[in-house]
Design a protein around this ligand. Structure first.
Ligand code: ADE
Length: 243
């Protein structure tokens, strides 16, 4: 069984890639696919690029052209939920495109002609990510300690995606008011989940929280990405693969 592990940005995947026992590297639609063995699994590691279209294209290629049995996405997100702080982990259980709006033809957020606004993550893979995150947090990750993060938590629930980097307190407050159960905002997860649903294949999404999607997000995001994200997510994914 081959597992595809996808990230949007090089910093989100670099540390995992360094651990890959590479068999083969190829290019498809501008994406470099690194195939090999990771923690006892056959995997393909690939960068999707940023945004819903980039994620959807990557997911469709992986599911159509390769014998990929499950899609895992790992990356950072902005915290939206009241208790979701920088350094926390969010495992998405449901995904919604917060910028999807074909109203009044269809209800707001509904993906037209599907009858749904929310797409589910795979339960078993999500549970493995939660187990992996809990194991890493129990051991006090060094990257977090040097970043000054004290007691990170693991959350599970709704992740919302859109083609916007949310970087103002006003926009963050609007999302919180409109989608009160949303834990985190990012730019790929809901697209990946929709494509996985179309193909009838499992997907799971791990997000570490880099910022609070507020007026400081443009400063917090690159700093977390530079100093924490890669090693932190690598260790969670490796623990999940071992679980
Ligand atoms: N990914 C990480 N932080 C984000 C934010 N504030 N908005 C959208 N995507 C993000």
């Amino acid at each position: 069984m081959t597992l595809a592990i996808v990230s949007a940005l090089p910093d989100e995947l670099a540390a995992l890639q360094a651990r890959l026992d590479v068999d083969h590297v190829s290019t498809l639609a501008g994406r470099r696919l690194h195939r090999g063995r990771l923690a006892g699994h056959d995997v393909i590691l690939v960068l999707s690029g940023i945004g819903k279209v980039a994620a959807a294209t990557t997911a469709a290629l992986l599911l159509d052209r390769f014998d990929v049995q499950a899609l895992l996405f790992t990356g950072v997100a902005g915290g939206l939920g009241p208790g979701v702080a920088v350094g926390d982990v969010v495992v998405g259980r449901q995904f919604l495109q917060h910028d999807m709006d074909a109203s009044p033809l269809f209800p707001r957020w509904e993906v037209p002609m599907t009858g749904r606004s929310r797409f589910d993550a795979d339960g078993a893979w999500s549970a493995r990510l939660v187990t992996g995150a809990a194991a890493v947090l129990a051991a006090e990750h060094p990257a977090l300690a040097s970043f000054g993060i004290a007691a990170p938590r693991v959350h599970q629930g709704l992740v919302v995606s859109g083609d916007r980097f949310v970087s103002s307190a006003a926009e963050c407050a609007r999302l919180q008011a409109e989608l009160p159960d949303a834990l985190a905002v990012e730019m790929e997860g809901a697209a990946l989940a929709q494509v996985a649903h179309d193909f009838g294949r499992p997907c799971a999404v791990l997000r570490t929280i880099s910022d609070r999607a507020d007026d400081a997000a443009h400063v917090d995001f690159p700093r977390f990405l530079r100093e924490v994200a890669a090693e932190y997510a690598r260790d969670i994914v490796l623990a999940a693969l071992a679980a």
